[in-house]
Design a protein around this ligand. Structure first.
Ligand code: TRP
Length: 368
């Protein structure tokens, strides 16, 4: 068996999602799908593929208990379609009545990525928060906070947690450590667990939707919750996991590789050009493609449909069928995708401009 490594600060590319079930004990999401009355397309289509204890959270929610979603974004680069996937889930959960708390990990960006604080603040507001609002997040019903702006009960957790975590344990989870990584990790533990304190809502059920690279943090948070159960009344957080988006040129989509990603606010012609250059599941020649059909599973244009651009399942299936039968060729398909993308981005940009002014007037921003 190949070794799989999940590294929250490295480059974890997951080739075989099934292994996360057998190696790490993540459970398949399809088990809990029926607990959502109207699942989001990312749930229906298997993009959200795994969970830990999410069944318990959903059962509590269905029986009327309050539930909090807590997740975080590190403001280190531009917001791309991979980030949108997580934001779409957050917005969906908010729409069904779950309380939403979003951590802006400006301390993590500062200590691990060396992003100046002022720059992290700008990226957080313009890229992450304004895009979130433009995508449909209701700011008045969400709590968005900056790590650097939190108060004593939250930071007291960082300090207290350090008592019950060993160096060996952290090294086993994260690999080589330095003080910055230790701080970032314990700060993330405070992010995940602080909603359970009475000062922040006293939630008994917190779940964390993330990409699988964040699972090491989730495992540690669950262990820490156990260790502070009697002292602080913490409970194990639950989690869900979504697939990474494939980069447009293979590999992982990442803001540090501009050609791998489409950024929500980039100029439309540049986005379209990237899409047209993207790796597809097409064959070497038109003739071969007509004979053998394309491979949508290996196509980053199809992935854009699957995750974002085509919301009707029927239309998606139709595209899939025409591709595998060799009826739909990549040139025609890319033209169609490009038009859909351009239209979407144009509307989104308008919403973003409106959102930006709202965000700057409504949010409690760190001062320097
Ligand atoms: N570490 C996450 C990232 O790199 C950001 C983050 C900070 C986070 N705090 C969190 C994610 C709490 C989930 C829950 O993107």
């Amino acid at each position: 068996m190949d070794e799989i490594k999940l590294d929250p600060w490295g480059d974890s590319l997951v080739r075989d999602y099934e292994k996360l079930f057998t190696v790490f004990g993540i459970r398949p999401f399809r088990e809990v799908l029926s607990l959502l009355d109207k699942p989001h397309l990312l749930h229906r289509r298997g993009v959200v593929f795994g969970h830990r204890d999410f069944d318990k959270v959903l059962q509590a929610f269905r029986s009327g208990e309050k539930v909090a979603l807590l997740t975080g974004f590190m403001p280190s680069g531009r917001f791309h379609f991979g980030h949108k996937m997580l934001m779409d889930q957050i917005i969906y959960y908010q729409s069904i009545g779950i309380d939403v708390i979003i951590a802006i990990a400006d301390i993590e960006a500062y200590v691990v990525r060396r992003i100046p604080r002022q720059e992290a603040l700008r990226i957080a507001v313009e890229e992450y928060i304004a895009n979130a609002v433009a995508l449909g997040l209701d700011l008045s019903r969400a709590r968005i906070y900056f790590q650097s702006n939190m108060d004593a009960p939250y930071y007291r957790l960082v300090q207290m947690f350090s008592q019950k975590v060993s160096m060996a344990e952290m090294e086993a989870i994260y690999g080589e450590l330095n003080p910055g990584k230790i701080m970032a990790s314990l700060t993330q533990m405070a992010d995940i667990l602080h909603p359970m304190l009475k000062e922040y809502g006293g939630y008994k059920h917190v779940f964390v939707p993330v990409g699988p690279d964040q699972d090491p943090h989730i495992r540690l948070a669950r262990d820490i919750a156990d260790r502070f159960e009697s002292e602080l009344g913490l409970r194990r957080p639950a989690s869900t996991y979504h697939r990474f988006m494939t980069g447009l040129n293979g590999g992982k989509m990442s803001s540090s590789k501009p050609d791998s990603a489409i950024f929500l606010l980039e100029p439309i012609d540049s986005a379209v050009a990237k899409l047209k250059r993207a790796l597809t599941g097409g064959r070497a020649t038109v003739d071969e493609q007509r004979r053998l059909g394309g491979v949508p599973e290996a196509c980053s244009v199809y992935e854009m449909y699957h995750y974002h651009l085509v919301t009707s399942d029927e239309e998606l299936l139709n595209i899939y069928r025409r591709c595998v039968k060799g009826e739909l060729l990549c040139g025609e398909d890319k033209q169609y995708a490009a038009e859909k993308l351009a239209k979407w981005m144009e509307e989104h940009r308008r919403k973003w401009e409106h959102a930006l002014s709202l965000v700057t007037s409504k949010l409690d921003l760190p001062s320097f």
